[in-house]
Design a protein around this ligand. Structure first.
Ligand code: B16
Ligand code: MG
Length: 212
């Protein structure tokens, strides 16, 4: 076995909540009259809620106070969480579930390493409550990706060293975080184009060959 533990990013790897993030940020941006598009949205992948808001406010003429920003982030999150209500286990791709089951059968421990504070809520919507051996998410970190903290905590939770684990990511910031933490990385989507990603992948099930 090449790796003893696999640490999965959530949004963009296990499931696709980006459409809901986009809708909720777009709604907020329109409300405060700030330009926002898919390209700006792409920069938010893997980035924490408050850092995402700062990126959106780069286009704003108004300076917001810390308190005002907290109100805006809360507003976005309330809408985002209500959109998540639409998610069910039908939103968990078969390919993802089958691959996870096979990796587990091969003896690997499976953990989540997500920047989201809603990770546990999303997992329960997907029917994956209690499925992972450990969950490291936005609720147990102070620095978000590209800082490696979320992955280092995940490795600690499953009691493995970074070099014993593989990080699976869809975001450039996530691959940067994996490298900074001393992890091998597997990249999907934009993350597959990262110059230093260990394994560029075109689909989730490529993990089965990568870990052989
Ligand atoms: P929340 P990941 C990230 O999740 C998302 O990619 C990013 O767009 C979002 O801003 C961040 O979680 C924080 O999410 O507002 O729910 O705490 O890709 O690290 O699983
Ligand atoms: Mg992601």
């Amino acid at each position: 076995m090449k790796y003893r533990g696999i640490i999965f990013d959530l949004d963009g790897v296990i499931c696709f909540t980006d459409q809901y993030h986009y809708q909720a940020w777009k709604n907020l941006a329109d409300e405060i009259g700030v330009y926002f598009d898919e390209q700006i949205n792409n920069r938010l992948r893997g980035v924490s809620r408050m850092d995402s808001l700062d990126i959106i406010l780069e286009k704003s003429e108004k300076e917001y106070t810390k308190v005002e920003k907290a109100v805006l982030a809360e507003k976005k999150n309330t809408l985002y969480v209500s959109l998540l209500e639409n998610m069910t286990s039908a939103d968990l791709p078969h390919e993802v579930k089958e691959t996870l089951d096979k990796l587990r059968q091969a003896g690997m421990l499976l953990a989540i390493g997500s920047s989201s504070k809603n990770a546990k809520l999303i997992l329960s919507h997907l029917g994956l409550e209690g499925y992972f051996d450990a969950i490291s998410d936005g609720t147990n970190i102070t620095n978000s990706k590209p800082d490696p903290e979320v992955f280092l905590k995940a490795a600690q939770f499953i009691n493995f060293k970074p070099e014993e684990c593989l990080v699976v990511e869809d975001a450039i910031a996530g691959i940067d975080a994996a490298i900074a933490g001393g992890f091998a990385s597997a990249g999907l989507g934009e993350a597959a184009t990262h110059t230093n990603v260990t394994y560029p992948m075109s689909k989730f099930s490529d993990l089965l060959t990568v870990t052989e």
